[in-house]
Design a protein around this ligand. Structure first.
Ligand code: 0X9
Ligand code: ZN
Length: 314
């Protein structure tokens, strides 16, 4: 683990090994939990980073790799975990966050698709479920959540890249995430889902131009995060509602999370702006992760300041 290359992309087997090494090195703060099985029956695990405490703590959820080809996303989830674990003892800012919040990190949501991008088709996006008697494959897992399902910006044709599935939450991967989030929703303060590319911080909604009740606050927190991000390496991000600054989407995890009551729900679209697109060179992993970390920490500081005082620990 001392020599694990965080500035590289890793095949799924190495990410499974990394999870084991992380929990073995930090047993006092990290546990690994089974979330469910993928369509091709691979286990999905999340890491829970939590300091023992008698007080109830708010939860921060982060998932990466719901879209198979967005390799920078799993790389960021791994980077995030390392930063928290390497710094929580000496860095007062991270120490305070971890004292008061629990982090749940799912490094690769779409494991079957991710493996397929390593073995067969680098630009595959969807899961690998089989449809129409094996004539087409894959559901866009970020169109399959139970929120205004397949109403706009999604397709009912299984050969399309935004195929929404056969019904809301038809896929084992979205079932696993949905039921887990649903079971913890009272305690989840912040839902972060990491994608690429486009350099955007997206807020609800994608399926309607209506704004969530805390829209202003979401914009403020998001804009401050974009400023913190830019301060690292000068990278420009835009902040706004998904439908306003990107395009219409229905059935996304972010919109679903907001609509079940999780107050702060954001999609990150990491680097770049289209030069390399989904095939971001490994040489950019470090800078991308550094600046994204700055943005995420800014959001965490803000949501903790505003709503994190669920106990007397301060
Ligand atoms: O189309 C998507 O699902 C995301 N863009 S990507 O290029 N990473 O595929 C946009 C997700 C943000 N929008 C919503 N979640 N509604
Ligand atoms: Zn994506």
């Amino acid at each position: 683990l001392e020599t694990y290359p965080y500035n590289r992309y890793h095949p799924m087997g190495e990410i499974y090994q990394w999870m084991s090494l992380i929990r073995e090195k930090y047993p006092e703060v990290v546990t690994q939990h089974f979330l469910g099985m993928t369509y091709e029956t691979r286990p999905m695990y999340y890491l829970k980073i939590s300091q023992p405490s008698n007080n109830p703590k708010k939860i921060i959820w982060m998932d990466c790799g719901i879209h198979a080809r967005e390799w920078i996303a799993p790389a960021f989830c791994q980077w995030f975990v390392r930063e928290i674990l390497q710094n929580y003892q000496d860095n007062s800012r991270i120490r305070r966050l971890l004292k008061n919040l629990d982090f749940y990190v799912l490094p690769v949501l779409n494991i079957d698709g991710y493996i397929y991008t390593w073995t067969t088709d680098r630009l595959w996006r969807k899961s690998r479920s089989s449809h129409n008697n094996g004539t087409c494959f894959g559901t866009d897992l970020n169109r399959n959540f139970n929120v205004s399902w397949c109403s706009i910006g999604a397709s009912k044709n299984c050969s399309d890249s935004t195929f929404c599935g056969t019904e809301p939450v038809s896929e084992p991967e979205t079932k696993a995430v949905s039921s887990f989030i649903e079971s913890k929703k009272e305690d989840i303060l912040c839902f972060l889902t990491i994608h690429s590319y486009g350099q955007l911080i997206l807020m609800p909604y994608g399926y309607t131009r209506n704004k969530p009740s805390n829209y202003k606050e979401l914009i403020q927190v998001g804009q401050k995060a974009a400023n913190a991000l830019k301060a690292k390496h000068g990278t420009n991000y835009r902040v706004g509602s998904s439908i306003d600054i990107l395009y219409a989407t229905s059935g996304s995890s972010r919109d679903w999370a907001r609509d079940i009551g999780i107050p702060f729900s954001y999609t990150f679209e990491l680097r770049d702006n289209g030069t390399h697109g989904f095939v971001l060179p490994e040489a950019q992993i470090q800078a991308t992760c550094e600046e994204t970390m700055a943005a995420v920490l800014s959001i965490l500081d803000d949501v903790y300041e505003k709503y994190g005082y669920s106990n007397s620990a301060g």
